[in-house]
Design a protein. Sequence first.
Length: 141
Amino acid sequence: MTNESIAVVTESQQEVLLAAALGAVQHAHIPYSKYAVGAALQAADGTVYAGCNIENASYPAGICAERVALVKAVSEGQRRFERLVVVTSNGALPCGICRQMLSEFCPALLVYTFDMQQNRRFAGSLADLLPGAFGPDQLSV
Ligand code: THU
């Protein structure tokens, strides 16, 4: 496979993930912040898991879109992930709690953020976003 074809495959996978994140963001339950987030996480086997943020009248009970996608995937038996696409109004990056939870499974995860106009705002690895992460290796259990 040439570098060029790798790039093409990656772009089309990114399109699939972007479409899934744009679908999920429509379901965001955001009566409090009004800030909608959609996420799509691609597992190593290619399966895509999408999530939206789900807020709650008991504010701390709310959960971010990225973690919804992750817990859906992990609860279906997935443990290895390749790409994450996040869509927000302004292309924001995943919060620290989401970075930590994703890092448990995949420090090398490729993260792409987009705004609602589908402009890509960031592309980098989770390790870039969470340097020096605390992970399973630190626990001698
Ligand atoms: N939110 C996410 O879904 N993902 C993030 O990484 C940052 C924040 C949600 C949580 C809450 O519903 C809203 O955005 C405002 O914080």
